[in-house]
Ligand binder design. Sequence first.
Ligand code: ADP
Ligand code: MG
Length: 268
Amino acid sequence: MTAENSIYQQVREYLAYLRLPAIADRLAPALQAAARDSTDYTTFLAELLKAEVDAVEERRLQGRQRFSKLPARRTLDQFDFTAQPSLDRRLIEDLATLRFIEDKANVLAIGPPGTGKTMLATILGHRAIEAGYRVYYTTAADLVARTSRAALDGRWTNTMRFWNGPQLLIIDELGYLPMPGEAASHLFQVISRRYEHGSIVLTTNRGIADWGSIFEDTTVAAAILDRLLHHASVLAITGDSYRMRRHRDAINAIRPALSTRSQGGEFP
Ligand code: ADP
Ligand code: MG
């Protein structure tokens, strides 16, 4: 074994010991390329280190994605604004800059089922993850179920710390299930602990005036709204369900064929 060879082996051992697999992978071709192109030392080192930095970033990104429990990635350019004229496009684009997370502000998306609330929350969630933020997605029902279980099992403190951890907490689907007193109080505690400390994106099918009917206790409803809305953007979606719209378009497109069999009016 030549001296050069044994130094090369030594370098590989250092890389294994320091757990730098991306550099280890590229070392041999990088040495050849550097010799061929007479690359200067600094450039050579920078290129190898960048490979490792990129690999670490990619691993962390995937870790944040796995942790978040977010639905599959969606992007803003997949969102059809023409289908939802009640939405302020500039406001969505402003939210997509993620300044609201820096400001520890909230987003409240209100609208009937199928109007893109979960999609918008998912778009913001993935953007935040890609910008390096920790994000967690849950439904309101799941959040209160887990918090109640934790209270019973003596894991209250840990669970509250968990809900407080991510820089963006997405609470989807408030209002589909009624929230009795204790559940409402748990939701209130999660929201009030995050107040001015971390952002919440909350989606609901119930208008604010209707929140009294989600919560048994209107005082808790008012307290939750107070914390949520103090620094918040409200997306009020009044349009049609996107799914229903597509069904309707599909049905209207085949209407001539259907009308020979049925006498129904225009599908609403
Ligand atoms: P919500 O959470 O308001 O009930 P979703 O976000 O689940 O509605 O939307 C229902 C379906 O329609 C999803 O597949 C979503 O991607 C799609 N969708 C809704 N609104 C739009 C839109 N404006 N552009 C593109 N797809 C949309
Ligand atoms: Mg939804």
